[in-house]
Design a protein around this ligand. Structure first.
Ligand code: AHM
Ligand code: MG
Length: 336
């Protein structure tokens, strides 16, 4: 076949977000678009550094611990700084919560906007040094009426988020976004420096064939989880499920969105509240999964309904295909 001339009508992320606002008749808003533009730029910047990390000595520890007492990698710190600087300077934010910072940042009056951004600048740190996929996760709230920016603006249920997404740094950089009207995926075209719409209207298959848990924690798992895992590994009829676990939430959720199945990081006898953080890991992913037609639960409660009381609070997480997560929930119901 002959080579085709390039497409002249490409849908960039910014164009796509704007056209959604035209559809909804809210195109005048613009602020959210500008905020999303700032976030896109940070993802491009982080992607570049992830690519070069080995070459420019960004591998290894920064020598400090983060809010949860975990050691910080150089790339964690750099990614955090990139996001804080860009989001503050955008003039569109009032409160910033980062996994890497103990306290929330309340943006000074001069630069204050009406959105609050909660984020994990570089999730999946244990994978950095091996060059395995890692990602940025973010969620966006609107500031409460009359507020000048306070923690209470982000101690809100996930169902109040106006947008959420992640960027996965893998063989390509993929940004997956919801503004509450479905889920779209964009791939970074490095020659253009733009995220191009490549995965419009992502829908999770209603049932998958893959389960994604850290089974190394099996001895600590609670009964419903153990019994559920038994049921998919030793099914009464049909084939057992396949196991896939990367240990980077962004990569494990990305695969779950595209292929279906279930991802879980349960609370257990060792991690009493689970491991994953509610505000900037569980909420954004739960929002995306629900918008793609799936379910996100703690086992007993819809994740997006939880009202946080701490910005770094942890939670049990199960998410993915509707039928698979329903099966898991049944084991919790039987236990109750
Ligand atoms: P991090 O924020 O310190 O990188 O931890 C979060 C990561 C998630 O990406 C992943 O789902 C989980 O921790 C993996 O944990 P484990 O190594 O215990 O399986
Ligand atoms: Mg994290």
């Amino acid at each position: 076949t002959e080579e085709q001339p390039p497409k002249t009508d490409i849908v960039t992320l910014t164009r796509d977000v704007l056209s959604e606002q035209f559809r909804l008749g809210t195109a005048v808003v613009g602020d959210l678009t500008l905020l999303l533009t700032a976030i896109q730029v940070t993802s491009k910047f982080i992607a570049t550094n992830v690519r070069k990390a080995r070459l420019i000595n960004l591998i290894g520890l920064a020598g400090e611990s983060n809010a949860s007492g975990e050691e910080q990698k150089k790339l964690d710190v750099l990614s955090n700084d990139i996001m804080v600087n860009a989001l503050r300077a955008s003039g569109k934010t009032a409160v910033l919560v980062s996994e890497e910072l103990e306290n929330a940042i309340i943006v000074e009056d001069r630069l204050r906007g009406k959105y609050c951004v909660v984020f994990d600048p570089l999730d999946g740190s244990s994978n950095i040094d091996a060059g395995v996929n890692i990602g940025t996760i973010f969620g966006i709230y609107r500031i409460q009426p009359g507020s000048k920016g306070a923690i209470s603006d982000v101690l809100r249920p996930g169902s109040e988020m106006v947008a959420a997404g992640y960027t996965m740094y893998g063989s390509s950089a993929n940004l997956v976004l919801t503004t509450g009207h479905g889920v779209n995926g964009y791939t970074l075209d490095t020659s253009l420096g733009e995220f191009i719409l490549t995965h419009p209207n992502i829908k999770i298959p209603s049932r998958g064939k893959i389960y994604s848990f850290n089974e190394g924690n099996s001895m600590y798992f609670n009964t419903p989880v153990t019994r559920y895992l038994e049921s998919i590994k030793f099914p009464k009829n049909g084939k057992p499920y396949s196991a896939r676990y990367i240990g980077s939430m962004v990569a494990d959720v990305h695969r779950t969105l595209l292929y279906g199945g279930i991802f879980g990081y349960p609370e257990d006898k060792k991690s009493k509240n689970g491991k994953l953080r509610l505000l900037y890991e569980a909420f954004p992913m739960a929002f995306l999964v629900e918008q793609a037609g799936g379910i996100a639960t703690t086992g007993t409660e819809r994740i997006l309904d939880i009202v946080p009381n701490d910005i770094h609070q942890r939670t049990s997480v199960f998410l993915g295909s509707k039928d698979d997560v329903q099966d898991l929930i049944r084991f919790y119901e039987e236990e109750a």
